[in-house]
Every structure is written in C-alpha cells, then in structure tokens.
Design a protein around this ligand. Structure first.
Ligand code: RB5
Length: 141
C-alpha cells in the first residue's frame, strides 16, 4: 500500500513522525510537503495530496493544526472523501462505513502515540460495502 502525506506548518512535526513510522514498516511514502515549520496555506497541501489520491496512486494522510481546515479543503475535490479523525473508533468507521480515501488529523490535537494508532487503524480497516456503498455513491453523485 502506498501512502501520500501532506501538512501545513502546524502539522509538519506530526507528519514527519507518521512518515517515519510508515517507512519503518516498509511502506512507500510520497511526501507532498510542507517541508519545514515556515508558515504556509493548508489548502495548497490538501490539493497536492488529493491529486495523488484521485490518480489512484495512494491513500492520503493530511495534517494541519486542528485537521479541520485541511479536511474542508480536501473535500472540495470531487472524489475525495477526507475524514477528520481524533480516535481509533472514528478512524475505523471512516474506512468501514464511509470508504474514506484521506485521513485527516490535527497536529495540535492528537499526540504522537494516539496518531500512530489512528493511522494504523485507518490503514488496516476495509470498506464494508453493501448499504454503505449506496450512501457513498449518493455523496459522489
Ligand atoms: C494554522 O495556524 C492553522 O490555522 C491550521 O493549521 C489549521 O488548524 C486550520 O484549520
């Protein structure tokens, strides 16, 4: 499974942490930036990551300060289902019921240990389909 990550300055530190965790597991990680804590605009990184996800190349992870702005921005890209998750339960449901293709988190909200667990849950949960597929199709239409 390939992963594409992106963040603004407020999510930079957590992005780096998650990137290392995924690489240590042997996963291929495409880092679309930002590459420092210099102030940037989160919609730019939501766009970069969304474009990679929409090409079918990877599952996305986006991080800003709260995860709110970057999830709002990502969800403006048709075909993107970005889910802001602050715990393992919502991470599991985001995949199982909503077929989310981007996980969003807040670097100022979740600690590194919780963030690792959220990412692992998100990446290891499959979409259940069935009645949930009908609902997801309605979002797309
Ligand atoms: C940046 O200061 C902050 O506003 C941003 O990272 C994010 O939390 C917006 O939703």
């Amino acid at each position: 499974m390939n992963i594409v990550v992106g963040s603004d300055h407020a999510g930079f530190e957590l992005k780096e942490h998650i990137k290392k965790m995924l690489k240590d597991k042997g996963m291929k990680v495409d880092d679309q930036g930002t590459y420092s804590e210099e102030s940037v605009d989160y919609p730019d990184y939501a766009k970069k990551v969304s474009e990679v996800v929409l090409r079918g190349e990877a599952v996305g992870i986006l991080i800003c300060g709260t995860g709110i702005g970057i999830s709002m921005a990502a969800n403006r890209h048709p075909g993107i289902r970005a889910a802001l998750c602050e715990n393992e339960f919502t991470a599991r449901m985001a995949r199982a019921h909503n077929d989310a293709n981007i996980l969003c988190m807040g670097g100022r909200v979740v600690g590194t240990a919780l963030a690792e667990s959220i990412v692992n849950t998100f990446l290891s949960t499959s979409f259940e389909g069935g009645r949930h597929a009908r609902r997801v199709d309605k979002i797309e239409r």
